[in-house]
Design a protein around this ligand. Structure first.
Ligand code: GLV
Ligand code: MG
Length: 361
């Protein structure tokens, strides 16, 4: 028999480790802003960013040079220990880290250094290049042992990056691998390489990936509209389903062209519409885009509240502006209304915006 008892799922994996959470808190995480803790200029900006972004992530993996790996790890410890209000349950800004990949020379030291030193401040550990559930099981047990040793009272959550072909094929088992699983992000750059896609970018579309309108009157050289297609649609949709099934949260990932704020916003919005709750930010410019895109618009909330009001006890169907609304459209509206409530609770500007919405024409 290979099945684990469902009861054991919620027992700590080491004596003295905190009990796993039964539900992953829906903390706002519209932008996960990456910084390199070995870069003194970037590190110096961290304290003033607390309260301005939902998540600050100290990156130890790719984009940190091999020679700087130890400095990045130690820099993150210093920042977490010296920055007031960063990370932990009551902080306005969560503290996450991205450790090095499990087959690298640094991953073990990342975990054994960070958990004892700053485990009480670290909300989520992002694990890159996840291949399957076995990677999550490894981190799960090791974290439990380290938490027990450090006397932590709250489990550190785990987030997987979807950036290997096998990871995509096994995304459901990754999402369901542990009660620690908080969410999954798309990792388009590594995923493209692992799949042997023929792109050379970090996230976003490609002008060559398109469909073309049929020729008019058989004239293949006549005017024919072309529509660029989204390279990431399949992967994001698959990730969203896996996350929703497991009760965890899906995210877009990096958008590397910092100057192209328009295409960045489009990619983020597609992910939001498909069910993602947030994205990565590689530059302060992208925080503003993410916060806007991953917060429901005034128009959406106004419409959603009108549907809620019109639907009364939530059963049956009503006509509103010529459109049929029923319990299924009501449920969609409630997703938006509840998200707006959670965001208003942490963002006074959004609260004022949503509070100012009137339902009359
Ligand atoms: C992110 O890590 C990516 O590879 O896209
Ligand atoms: Mg990557």
């Amino acid at each position: 028999m290979s099945l684990r008892s469902p009861k054991s799922f919620f027992a700590p994996l080491a004596v003295g480790a905190p009990a796993p959470l039964r539900e992953i808190p829906a903390r706002p995480s519209r932008a996960i802003h990456f910084f390199d803790p070995s870069n003194e200029k970037m590190a110096a900006k961290v304290p003033q960013m607390v309260g301005t972004v939902d998540v600050l992530l100290g990156n130890l993996e790719d984009a940190v040079k091999a020679d700087n790996k130890v400095a990045a790890r130690e820099g993150l410890v210093k920042i977490a220990q010296s920055t007031a209000n960063l990370g932990g349950q009551s902080s306005p800004t969560q503290l996450w880290t991205r450790i090095n990949s499990l087959d690298s020379p640094w991953a073990l030291d990342d975990l054994t250094t960070l958990v004892p030193a700053i485990g009480d401040r670290l909300d989520v550990i992002m694990v890159p290049k996840v291949q399957g559930a076995e990677d999550i099981h490894y981190v799960d047990r090791l974290l439990a042992q380290l938490e027990a040793k450090a006397g932590l009272t709250r489990p550190i959550l785990v987030h997987a990056i979807l950036e290997t072909a096998r990871g995509v094929a096994e995304v459901e088992s990754i999402a369901l691998a542990s009660p620690r699983m908080q969410g999954i992000s798309l990792g388009p750059a590594d995923l493209a390489a692992d799949r042997k896609m023929k792109t050379t970018r970090v996230g976003g579309g490609h002008p060559g990936y398109l469909v073309r309108q049929d020729p008019a009157d058989g004239d293949i050289n006549g005017p024919r509209a072309i529509f660029q297609q989204d390279l990431w649609h399949y992967t994001i949709a698959k990730m969203v389903d896996a996350c929703a099934t497991a009760g965890i949260y899906p995210y877009y990932g990096p958008f590397g062209d910092i100057t192209d704020v328009v295409a960045c916003e489009d990619q983020f919005r597609n992910a939001f519409l498909l069910g993602c709750v947030g994205t990565w930010s590689l530059h302060p410019k992208q925080i503003e885009i993410a916060n806007r895109v991953f917060s429901p618009s005034v128009e959406d909330i106004r419409h959603a509240r009108r549907v809620v009001a019109a639907m009364g006890d939530g059963t049956g169907a009503v006509m509103l502006d010529g459109k049929m609304e029923d319990d299924a459209s009501l449920k969609q509206c409630l997703v938006l209304v509840e998200l707006a409530e959670r965001l208003a609770a942490i963002d006074p500007d959004l609260k004022a915006l949503y509070d100012g919405i009137t339902l009359d024409d």
